[in-house]
Design a protein. Structure first.
Ligand code: TRP
Length: 351
């Protein structure tokens, strides 16, 4: 792995992967694994900020791991690990927190969002601060949630990553990462940390629409096709996708629900198939039932083989264990080096 740019991304251990995750991120990770020194990890410590059921946490980690492997992430080409398997991250998080202001953390959009939800506040004023500081027994907003960006910065900086492929919702966290790196460097008069940049796949992010007529596919929208969906379930979902009354005259403009189905088709079907249905739309001969049938068919061609691999891998504890142990070993190598050097910079010495 000489001189390749270091790519790092974390995956939150919540819920199953859907087509949006697949085309929006995973598929890109799979392509990147040949050209970069890639490190992907499952962010189980981050998941603790919202108190998952202890019985479920490990299962979720396992599930996500199996899905990523099934979709093509290669443990021999990438370092794939579980965040909590690298204890150096937790220590660096403690050290880094000494250079992070609670004000800047409280102003982070993701924090305000989560705090507001936890406190049941709907407005955007200063109620959050008042509520948090004013009420001693208020533990609904925990310090882990506040320092989420510190932990994320450490995930990135501990590897000295160059590129971080994340979506728009994570851009502010990445900006904070750069700020913490700069601040650390200037405080200790060093150039130790690099400032990582977002890797946005050449600017043309794929937007995968949902099946409900508008907007993107997303877990919380309930409009998802999951990689793990059974054939029957998947067909049913696609057949129920929202449409419209159909074109009334030749070359009518395409409404959003239909445009969304075309967009999905563009991802999974051949160009000829897509053209066939677009032509049929243009000359008003289109039958949405046929369009959906074809779409379901072509989605299944992508998802069914992955589903089979997920089921296979999921049950193979020995393989999963081998993957994460190998990953942790390699991640710890870098992490231990960074931590040693940071301790030294900060003046922590052993007797
Ligand atoms: N916060 C990210 C998310 O919610 C997950 C994450 C944690 C991450 N640490 C990271 C992403 C480091 C990139 C780099 O999706």
């Amino acid at each position: 792995m000489e001189n390749k740019n270091i790519v790092l991304s974390g995956i939150r251990a919540t819920g199953n992967l859907h087509l949006g995750n697949y085309y929006g991120a995973l598929n890109k990770f799979v392509k990147m694994q040949n050209d970069y020194d890639c490190r992907f990890f499952i962010a189980d410590l981050h998941a603790l900020t919202t108190h998952p059921d202890p019985k479920m946490l490990h299962e979720n980690v396992k599930q996500i791991l199996a899905e990523y492997l099934a979709a093509g992430l290669d443990p021999d080409k990438n370092i794939i690990y579980v965040q909590s398997d690298v204890p150096e991250i937790s220590e660096l998080y403690l050290l880094m927190n000494m250079h992070v202001g609670i004000g800047e953390l409280m102003r982070t959009a993701s924090f305000k969002d989560k705090a507001r939800k936890a406190l049941g506040i709907h407005s955007d004023g200063d109620e959050i601060e008042k509520e948090i500081i004013g009420n001693q027994t208020n533990q609904r907003v925990n310090a882990g949630l506040l320092t989420y960006p510190t932990l994320m910065a450490v995930d990135i900086l501990i590897h000295n990553a160059d590129l971080v492929p994340v979506g728009k919702d994570q851009e502010q966290h990445l900006e904070l990462t750069r700020r913490f790196a700069r601040r650390f460097n200037s405080f200790y008069k060093t150039e130790y940390f690099k400032e990582p940049t977002n890797f946005n796949f050449g600017g043309n992010a794929v937007k995968v629409p949902g099946l409900d007529g508008s907007g993107k596919m997303g877990k919380s929208e309930g409009n998802c096709i999951y990689l793990i969906d059974e054939e029957k379930v998947l067909r049913k979902k696609v057949m129920r996708a929202m449409t419209d009354e159909g074109p009334k005259e030749p070359n009518s403009p395409v409404s959003e629900p239909i445009a969304n189905l075309f967009t999905l088709m563009e991802l999974v079907s051949t160009p000829d198939t897509l053209q066939h249905f677009k032509d049929a739309y243009a000359d008003c001969s289109i039958r949405y039932g046929d369009l959906k049938k074809q779409l379901a068919e072509d989605i299944l061609k992508v998802t069914l083989p992955i589903r089979e691999r997920i089921l296979e891998i999921q049950g193979d504890d020995e393989y999963l264990g081998r993957v994460v142990r190998q990953g942790a070993e390699r991640a710890c190598e870098t992490a231990a080096k960074t931590l040693r050097e940071v301790r030294e910079i900060m003046g922590i010495k052993k007797f």
